[in-house]
Design a protein around this ligand. Sequence first.
Ligand code: PLP
Length: 359
Amino acid sequence: MKRLHNFSAGPGALPVSVLEEAQQEMLVYGGAGASIMEISHRSPEYTAVADSARHQLTALLGLGDDWHVLFLQGGASLQFYQTALNFLSDGQTADYVNTGSWSKKAIAEARRVGDVNVAASSADDNFSHIPPVASWAHSKRPAYVHITSNNTIFGTQFQEDPVSAPAPVICDASSDFLSRPMDLTPYSVIYAGAQKNIGPAGVTVVLIRKSFLEQASQKDLPTMLDYRVHAEKLFNTPPVFAVYMVEKVLRWIAGEGGLLGMKSRNEEKAALLYERIDRTDFYRGTARPDSRSKMNVTFRLPSEELESAFIADAKKEGLVALKGHRSAGGIRASIYNACELSSVEALVGFMTDFEKKNG
Ligand SMILES: Cc1ncc(COP(=O)(O)O)c(C=O)c1O
């Protein structure tokens, strides 16, 4: 059995060294006499893993001690609702930037809680760009501004942190979390499902500025949906194995040069792929060049028949998970942190061969 060149949009590729480490520890973790999955989430062994994961995150992002670092469940999809529930009070409006399917879902969930103003949207051009921050039409005094930093389906990404936003920013960073350094200034909440850049499915990292949480609505919320409960203590059984894997991936990121290391690694892969797309008219990138994602590279071929052939032939060459999202069509190569340069080189080589045969 051979590992293939995996371009999955999520769950995505994990670093081989991390998988090997977990393999070695699968039966017995440290001195626990059992695997990490079989011991208490309040044991010293698991507590040390979770503390280390928190410590790594704090160090990588430079969070300081004014942030809560939470490991929650329910995916980013639950965060769509939970952020609004905790931070959008009666009589307030929250501003949302609609840059695609995930933003739309976040907006729909927030509307269950309160008033939403869509401050900007790229729906008119099929979400092929990120509306410039200067063009956003804000409500009078928004409780917060919500953005999706990387649009996994349509292949667009914020090129800069929205430092001029007029209110605390809540960011769904699911598909580009820890792929590059972040200027934390505008953000009060950053959430991300782990399964693309930092681990397996099952855990959602939620970072919340302590001062923002203190001002949050004092409503009596369902216990599991109240961030204050999770910020105060380990309330219930966390997704132990997922956090354990995240801790390993975070150490891997640190060992690869931290977020600057990830940035240069990811820029190199993206540049190679976009250069190949732009070289001829056979491949056509779907995102505007000024909004292109370095995580999800989306492109079309001259016909849907050729796209099907491309996906099938690529698979024969060991290049898998290249089919675009069912709502967008075309081709999508997801090149998250753990995707190796050699996989992108193999894809680029295949693209040139395929064009020669079919162009
Ligand atoms: C940007 C973004 N937000 C949210 C989600 C939903 O995440 P989950 O499946 O963890 O709920 C995804 C999943 O692909 C995503 O890409």
